[in-house]
Write a new protein. Structure first.
Length: 170
């Protein structure tokens, strides 16, 4: 189990691209794309895990709860201010005690605009960033909420080599 907190600044600038050149002139660019943006945020993350610490997260049965939240502000004069929060609940069942895991996971994250202009597009939640939906390229699905339910079966094959079968919906 652990508690972490911190402050970070993210800066994004975008140059010429085939996307920008292929956009119809009447289509507006996503918020934060035309001139870039800079966002400062303060975050907190709490993780509670009932499994016995072994140094190998692929062993043991138990439950893990992760909660996170952040307050962020775009550093422009009339920039957006927004909050994000959410969490993951993960259940692990080690069938043999040697890493044959059945895992069930539910993840939900929300973004709430608080004031100012629109939230920069690349700061919106995505199933790739908070709720790992493997099978989608990063940045493909973005919005003000993300929800994922997933089951997995992990099977150790050899030292440092595992197989994994997973099904998810989000």
């Amino acid at each position: 189990s652990q508690l972490s907190t911190g402050v970070q600044v993210r800066r994004a600038r975008f140059g010429e691209s085939s996307f920008r050149n292929s956009m119809p002139s009447e289509a507006p660019a996503p918020p934060g794309f035309a001139s870039g943006y800079e966002v400062a945020s303060a975050f907190t993350r709490l993780a509670l895990d009932s499994r016995t610490p072994t140094g190998d997260e692929s062993l043991g049965s138990g439950v893990r709860l992760e909660l996170d939240g952040a307050l962020a502000a775009e550093l422009a004069t009339a920039g957006a201010r927004f909050a994000t929060w959410g969490g993951d609940l993960v259940g692990f069942l080690d069938l043999t005690g040697s890493g044959h895991l059945v895992v069930a996971r539910v993840s939900a994250h929300l973004l709430e605009p608080l004031a100012g202009g629109p939230v920069p597009f690349f700061e919106l939640l995505g199933v790739d960033r908070h709720a790992a939906m493997r099978g989608f390229l990063g940045g493909r699905l973005r919005g003000e909420s993300a929800f994922v339910a997933e089951t997995q079966y992990r099977y150790p094959i050899w030292s440092f080599v595992d197989a994994e079968l997973f099904v998810g919906a989000g």
